[in-house]
Write a new protein. Structure first.
Length: 490
């Protein structure tokens, strides 16, 4: 459910923006409202599973995710969808840690790598379906089905969960949940996200933006103080005394930030600038998922034999080259150029992530005592979602500024009339979905369309280069912090 929802939603974003008349800022919030709640609460979800039973909490999360998906599918406007996505994020925070912590508690250390590799393969198989499903539904005008499909999927997930999966818990888990810590983290991420996403419209010097960023920083400091002093913290900072745990989470922060923002803007670029239909855009992502699926189980077994360090350096490095390659695609003639413009980069990205996902997960889970597997899973998932929140907010804000400046420059250089340039400037907040001003003459309309596409392609190039740098940073962190002779914690 979670993997299909995430991948299908990326492809459906242009249709959602058009159907709900959402601005670029609102589009960023559709992603970040979900990720924000997920990032802040997923450690709580892992801890609740350790305390009350992983299967039970997993089932509650699935139920809430289904209910929120129904609300998302019925949303009448962008604001309603953003709020419903936040509720969906709460459900995911209970659901997502459960699968890995159940696996980690059930399998022995010698089998854990291959088991997690199998889990990765299973999730990526359904990930293959996500972009195609999102593209087909959106292309048919049925983007709401991207959310509503979770209802039958949830029922199909609950039946085997309740009938076949044994219950497990950590009998020594703390009886109190760190709600003050999670509350401060929500405030911090929400304030920082609002500040960065809104800054392109209001300016970084606006008192509201300054106050929002300041509150975010203060709340983050408060969160760290609470976690340091709490006897039962949501995120036990002592876990980060392990170089492997610290290194893999820093790698997660860099790489998954790049992946989140890269896939989001790639979908927009294919549909809004390159002229792909949403169905074709969905199929365009298929090689990524297929390669990732093919490599995941093998990469999981590789960790059992030779340790995680090598794949955690090589995989992100390859992913960085994938983003770098796609940055130079430029404005193509459409789907006919896919095989030489985007296909090689998408395949490279699949190889890089295929070499990374299972070894990364195995290293995180194996770097702590097995009784803390739920907490470790929750922390790593929180880091990956926090990476998405911050990357979408910061890089998204940067993209809004770059696109606005690029569109103004191209409009000025094209000799458009002043009223058309002014109207076009007001449309810049919609990114590639910017509309041709009604005041534009027929001859000017074509110039405007070309300016919008070229400005978005220029923005996309910078975004991809930022993603490449983040991926390479992750590879460097893994090389520095993950030891060559890694030994699983007992």
């Amino acid at each position: 459910m979670a993997f299909i929802d995430g991948t299908a939603l990326n492809v459906a974003m242009p249709a959602i923006q058009d159907g709900l008349h959402a601005s670029g800022v609102q589009l960023l919030w559709v992603i970040d409202s979900y990720l924000l709640m997920l990032a802040a609460l997923i450690p709580v979800g892992g801890s609740l599973g350790d305390l009350f039973g992983r299967r039970r909490v997993f089932a509650v999360g699935i139920g809430l995710f289904m209910a929120a998906s129904l609300i998302c599918g019925l949303s009448p406007n962008a604001g309603f969808l953003i709020a419903a996505r936040a509720v969906q994020g709460i459900g995911s925070s209970l659901m997502i840690p459960g699968s890995l912590s159940i696996i980690s508690s059930y399998f022995s250390p010698s089998e854990k790598g291959r088991a997690i590799g199998t889990w990765s393969a299973a999730t990526t198989i359904v990930t293959v379906i996500g972009p195609v499903l999102g593209g087909l539904l959106s292309g048919a005008g049925l983007w709401r089905g991207v959310f509503l499909i979770n209802i039958p999927l949830g029922v199909a997930a609950l039946i085997p969960l309740l009938l076949k999966v044994p219950e497990s818990r950590n009998d020594s888990a703390a009886r109190r949940i760190d709600f003050p810590g999670s509350g401060l983290l929500i405030i911090s991420l929400a304030s920082l996200t609002y500040g960065f996403i809104s800054a392109p419209e209001e300016g970084f010097g606006h008192p509201r933006i300054i106050a929002s960023l300041a509150v975010g920083i203060v709340a983050l400091v408060g969160f760290l103080l609470v976690e340091t002093r709490s006897s039962q913290p949501m995120i036990p900072l002592s876990l980060f005394s392990s170089r492997t745990f610290s290194g893999t989470n820093l790698l997660t922060l860099a790489l998954y930030g790049a992946l989140s923002v890269g896939m989001f803007f790639l979908s927009l670029d294919l549909v809004q600038a390159q002229g792909y239909s949403m169905a074709l855009a969905g199929f365009a992502f298929t090689p990524f998922a297929l390669v990732l699926t093919a490599l995941s189980r093998w990469a999981g077994g590789l960790v059992d034999r030779s340790g995680p360090r090598l794949p955690l350096v090589v995989g992100p490095a390859i992913a960085g080259f994938a983003f770098f390659f796609m940055a130079w695609a430029g404005l193509t003639s459409g789907p006919s150029r896919y095989w030489v413009s985007f296909f090689p980069g998408i395949v490279l990205l699949g190889i890089g992530m295929g070499l990374t996902v299972a070894p990364l997960t195995t290293a995180v889970m194996s770097s702590v005592n097995s009784r803390l597997s739920g907490t470790a899973s929750g922390i790593n998932n929180a880091v990956s979602r926090t990476a998405g929140v911050l990357a979408i907010a910061v890089v998204g804000a940067m993209a809004l500024v770059l696109f606005s400046h690029g569109l103004d420059s191209r409009a000025s250089a094209s000799g458009l009339s002043v009223p058309v340039r002014q109207a076009l400037s007001r449309e810049a907040g919609s990114l590639g979905a910017a509309a041709v001003p009604a005041s534009a003459a027929p001859a000017e309309a074509n110039i405007v369309r070309s300016a919008i596409r070229l400005a978005f392609v220029d923005t996309f190039k910078i975004v991809m280069l930022v993603c490449a740098v983040l991926a390479w940073l992750g590879a460097g962190l893994a090389g520095l912090l993950v030891p060559r002779n890694f030994r699983p914690a007992q």
